[in-house]
Design a protein around this ligand. Structure first.
Ligand SMILES: Nc1ncnc2c1ncn2[C@@H]1O[C@H](COP(=O)(O)OP(=O)(O)O)[C@@H](O)[C@H]1O
Ligand SMILES: [Mg+2]
Length: 235
């Protein structure tokens, strides 16, 4: 059984269907990426898993169906979502954002967690008392990841973490995501437009085109595929 299994998934906004029968799975401990251009349906795929959009088809997490569950129930089950754009509370400080992220945990003393995440993201340590809204885009993205990880999720969903960030910041962020993957063993599903970044972290990859899976395979297979290279890697 895969940690996450999606079969025949369709999703619609009102009368407009934007996902047309997606099959994908994510195995425990791996990083799966969904590559796709603007408008391909990447965000909708993530929103479908969190049941923030109306879906048909099957979505099972640890053998349990997610369809029909509330978004907060899905979060409590261990699925953390870093949404596209801003995944932080602008009016809360860095530390307060981390504290909010720990909502589903029973213990109440998180100082060793803060130390751990400030070790992974030292720039956040220097800004621990600063309001999230006053951080740079890259710092906010780092905080969004750390906040999501504070819940100790089983599955981390990342919606285009590279969006709107300078290349050097993005390289740094992905390097830290690889550290999190290696050290925390958290399973991730990452949707990305930037293929070379996505392949730098992925075990499994899917190419999404116009709301349907066009290609899938191991990251190694896909990054050496001629069509993928030409369309997404530019060589
Ligand atoms: N709230 C919405 N209402 C109507 N259509 C939407 C909405 N959000 C996205 N769409 C449409 O769904 C399609 C897929 O969008 P999205 O999942 O955001 O793609 P991506 O994240 O890959 O850029 C696009 O055609 C987009 O215009
Ligand atoms: Mg998107």
């Amino acid at each position: 059984m895969s940690l996450l299994e999606i079969g025949g998934l369709t999703a619609s906004y009102g009368p407009v269907q934007v996902l047309h029968g997606i099959d994908l799975h994510v195995e425990e401990g791996e990083v799966a990426v969904v590559l796709g251009a603007n408008g391909a349906g990447k965000t909708t795929t993530i929103r479908s898993i969190c049941q923030m959009v109306s879906t048909k088809g099957s979505i099972t997490f640890q053998g349990q169906s997610l369809t029909g569950k509330s978004t907060s129930e899905i979060a409590r089950m261990g699925v953390a979502h870093v949404p596209q754009g801003r995944g932080t509370f602008a009016d809360l400080t860095v530390v307060e954002n981390l504290e909010v992220g720990a909502f589903r945990r029973k213990e109440k003393n998180f100082s060793s967690d803060y130390d751990f995440w400030f070790g992974i993201f030292p720039r956040l340590a220097e800004r621990r008392a600063q309001l999230a809204g006053s951080l740079s885009g890259g710092e906010q993205q780092m905080l969004a990841v750390a906040r999501a990880m504070m819940s100790k999720p089983t599955l981390l969903l990342l919606d285009e973490p590279s969006l709107g960030l300078a290349p050097i910041i993005v390289q740094d962020l992905f390097q830290r995501l690889r550290t999190i993957k290696d050290e925390q063993g958290v399973t991730m599903l990452v949707v990305e437009q930037n293929a070379s970044l996505a392949f730098s972290i992925a075990n499994r990859a899917y190419v999404l085109e116009a709301g349907a899976i066009a290609l899938s395979g191991s990251a190694d297979e896909l990054k050496n595929d001629d069509a993928v290279r030409k369309a997404y890697l530019g060589y």
